[in-house]
Design a protein around this ligand. Structure first.
Ligand code: BT5
Length: 254
């Protein structure tokens, strides 16, 4: 990535034309001992994935489909912090390069006017309770026109092109994002999660809203009150009981 302005995040780039999923390649590289900051980028994914085996549409040359390897020395329960950190860095990088301002919907969606611009997927390799590698997948819709999205996504997804009416050089956006990831990650390693949490809250559209959280164990409706120091969502139901939401799909009910 010519012009990359970081010291280790994204310095080691594996570039691929067509892959199943950049997550699988990064998983394999991590097992082989790849350095922290190693980045896998592909032009196209045939089996791009979201959470819970959902599919991530990754058409050729249209978006940024990449996976980053991080090796923070943290217990497993703190890994949601890194998903939130990456979300903040991606918002900042996209904004700096393209001017598009995205909001964060807990935990992993970046939305523009309620439409999904970016999804983030964190997978991990761990020994007992310690993280060995985090594999953070980032999918950003960049140059898609409306008809490049499958029909079922046309009302729920957007791209940087659709927001700006301009085509973008994806490499420059990746460079901007890597710069912000490195800056925030170094801040996190020095000062902990608190400063990241404040930034995350400033970009969040979930907090202070009545939302429905669909979890694998059922659905809870309530007020999104905040996130914990571990990055877990606090949801107060109508009886005043506060639930800790580790993983869910959030529907905003306005
Ligand atoms: C996510 O999952 O949002 C995480 C997506 C992560 C994708 C990256 S790309 C690089 C790396 N390699 C991979 O294989 N994955 C990562 P989730 O919250 O589960 O959302 C998935 C849902 O988003 C799908 O069920 C669709 O409804 C919708 N969707 C699929 N493709 C989309 C797209 N390109 N733009 C917007 N929405 C999309």
């Amino acid at each position: 990535l010519f012009g990359l302005n970081t010291s280790y995040i994204g310095r080691n780039v594996h570039f691929e034309e067509t892959v199943d999923s950049t997550q699988n390649i990064a998983q394999k590289l991590a097992l082989e001992g790849a350095a922290e900051g190693t980045l896998v980028v592909a032009e196209e994914q045939l089996g791009g994935r979201g959470r819970l085996e959902r599919k991530w549409q990754s058409p050729k040359y249209k978006g940024i489909w990449m996976s980053l390897i991080l090796k923070p020395v943290i217990p497993i329960m703190k890994t949601p912090q890194l998903t939130l950190l990456i979300a903040v860095a991606v918002v900042q990088g996209i904004q700096e390069v393209t001017g598009v301002q995205a909001d964060i919907k807990w935990p992993n969606d970046l939305l523009v006017n309620g439409k999904k611009l970016t999804g983030i997927l964190t997978e991990m390799q761990a020994d007992s309770d310690r993280v060995h590698s985090l594999i953070i997948g980032i999918g950003i819709n960049v140059n898609q026109q409306l008809e490049d999205f499958a029909e079922e996504l046309q009302s729920s997804a957007t791209s940087i092109y659709l927001e700006t009416k301009t085509s973008w050089d994806r490499a420059i956006i990746i460079q901007g994002i890597m710069k912000h990831i490195e800056k925030l990650y170094l801040l996190y390693l020095q000062k902990g999660f608190y400063p990241i949490k404040l930034l995350w809250e400033s970009y969040s559209i979930s907090l202070g809203q009545k939302v429905r959280a669909n979890t694998l164990n059922g659905s809870i409706f309530g007020l999104a009150k905040g996130i914990t120091d571990d990055g877990v969502l606090l949801l107060e139901d109508e009886q005043g009981v506060v639930h800790f939401i580790y993983s869910a799909d959030i529907l905003m009910e306005t």
